[in-house]
Design a protein around this ligand. Sequence first.
Ligand code: TXA
Ligand code: MG
Length: 310
Amino acid sequence: MIGTDVSVAKQLLEARKLVAIPTETVYGLAANALDPEAVLSIYKAKNRPSFDPLIVHIGDTEWLSKLITHLPQSAKDLIKAFWPGPLTLILPKSELVPDIVTSGLPFVGIRMPRHPLTLGLLKQLDFPVAAPSANPFSYVSPTTAQHVADQLGDKLEYILDGGPCIVGLESTIVSFEVPDHPKILRFGGVDQAAIEKVIGPVKISISNNSNPSAPGQLDKHYATGKPTHLVNKPYELLQFNQDAVFTIGYGEGLFDYNLSPTENLDEMAQQLFTALRTADSADQKEVAISKVPNTGIGKAINDRMTRAAG
Ligand code: TXA
Ligand code: MG
């Protein structure tokens, strides 16, 4: 069930089965992206609504010319700068991409992940894989093989174990629906400043509600099963009753989960989803989280925290 054998993962994917794959961001629930039935089984396993499109993962940029009809220059520049890595581009899809992958949209999300096991696997397959985060719809994303096993273990054939995810938050999504006006649809592993350094200013279009053009960005996402409070600074967590509320903070204070005693934002990103899962299985009936400084990957962390709090 959990293992490190790339050839097992390859054989199962070729047999149209579901396999969980490690990426640098979070674990994905993968199937052959060119096979509508295999893709349908992803939606079923996750209990994911059919209006929420999937990201296609490739191991070689040669796939681009087959999967999309146009590649704007600034998209090329981003690919050169950040692939393989935590960046997804939304581009006009070709006929080859089944409608079920994009929920009927004329655009497809594509990325090349950086995790060596998965990159190696993708290079060996003669199809790309569609893969959402490997969690039940609206729950916290998995950053270890065990997280996947805990929730979806009985719904898939194999979990390729690549260790804990290094980035810990999903990819940044940049849309090229309007080719000359890229916009960020989701903050993630590549921060806005790094993107703007390469292609100049980009618009931000992060939706806060159920919006069919970026449907995964629902208000209540990354949720634990418990009422979750959000505060602006770690010291504000002291107001909560320790017996009733599980606290997630950072820095010097004493919290139930400390995301980073040294206040390192990359470490906070890496730890956040594990912290939320720990909170979920703790005795306390509620959770309180402190936002982090809103710079660099901090924006993505705060976005996930805000959604976790619903
Ligand atoms: O880091 C990641 O991106 C991870 C790993 C596994 O690669 N994947 C991931 O997938 O986060 P998922 O399905 O949990 O989130 C994908 C997001 C959703 O918000 C979805 O709506 C958006 O990407 N998306 C996918 N295709 C899209 C499209 N054609 N147009 C607009 N949004 C799209
Ligand atoms: Mg997800």
